[in-house]
Ligand binder design. Structure first.
Ligand SMILES: Nc1nc2c(ncn2[C@@H]2O[C@H](COP(=O)(O)OP(=O)(O)O)[C@@H](O)[C@H]2O)c(=O)[nH]1
Ligand SMILES: [Mg+2]
Length: 257
């Protein structure tokens, strides 16, 4: 048996009533079970906190994750002077149970990390993404440490990688792979210096989610979420590459239909 078969069987097992319906060759009941499962799936809350300083690329990242152009209705406003509110919710239009929260960075709140997390209602989040368009700074690390203390997950995203690539591309000995490794190592080293033990940094361009580390970030998130939330995340993720499309197909359209 291959891994893909196992994944498929796991999905079938997770749909209440589906196995029995299939055993009885009752396709109507099987379809109803899947519909009900997807309906319930759509009620599982998933709150993702995107934290970053003004200009770091939070709104653009949120729009890319929601498949929205920056100037579309309902999109997070990009490149604007920040409002006074500390967090703005951006639910997925077809899955309002999944909310991306635009959380302004700690630097502008004058609050220590503890107070900041209380202000944003820390408990409601499933995980956090800490985003920066430069090396990560002390404030990012302070927050990460507080999040870790409270046993929640956070992921570092270094944004606007397309800019870095464009700047380096002009050099004669340019290698994309080497440039990416250099940026990643630089970020990791800085985070280590600031006290994060095994930091993982994902390099992302919100203009091109299919490039660089976004797929790896998605895979990592999926792997680390509790199983009942995995499909919820997969369901809303933009279908940016064949691998994600295949995983969606497997999770939501088992091959017996
Ligand atoms: N080149 C490039 N520019 C980006 C990217 N993400 C955001 N930006 C730009 O950076 C500026 C600030 O982005 P915004 O999303 O408003 O940042 P926020 O203040 O953290 O919400 C805008 O001009 C965006 O167009 C990216 O991935 N690549
Ligand atoms: Mg913004």
């Amino acid at each position: 048996m291959e891994q893909s078969d196992i994944d498929e069987n796991l999905s079938i097992k997770e749909v209440p009533g589906l196995k029995e319906a299939l055993r009885n060759k009752d396709t109507t009941a099987a379809t109803a079970a899947i519909k009900e499962y997807l309906l319930q799936q759509n009620k599982i809350p998933l709150n993702i906190g995107i934290i970053g300083e003004s200009g770091s690329g939070k709104s653009t990242f949120i729009n890319a994750l929601r498949n929205k152009c920056d100037d579309e209705e309902g999109a997070a406003a990009t490149d604007v002077v920040e409002t006074t509110s500390i967090g703005l919710p951006y639910p997925y239009p077809n899955s309002p149970n999944v909310i991306l929260w635009d959380l302004r960075g700690i630097g502008t709140t004058k609050s220590p990390a503890k107070k900041y997390l209380k202000l944003v209602e820390f408990q409601k989040f499933d995980f956090f993404i800490i985003i920066s368009d430069t090396r990560f700074r002390e404030n990012d690390v302070k927050l990460a440490a507080e999040i870790q203390k409270r046993k929640k997950k956070f992921y570092f995203v270094r944004s606007k990688i397309d800019n870095d690539i464009r700047a380096e591309e002009r050099k004669r000995d340019f290698s994309e792979k080497e440039t990416l490794t250099k940026i990643r190592e630089d970020c990791v080293q800085k985070l280590r210096e600031l006290g994060i033990k095994s930091p993982q940094v994902f390099l992302v361009s919100s203009f091109d989610l299919h490039l660089y580390d976004f797929s790896l970030l998605h895979k990592t998130l999926e792997g680390e979420l509790p199983s009942n939330k995995r499909d919820t995340l997969l369901f809303v993720m933009p279908s940016i590459n064949p691998e994600i499309i295949n995983r969606k197909k497997k999770a939501f359209k088992p091959n017996f239909l």
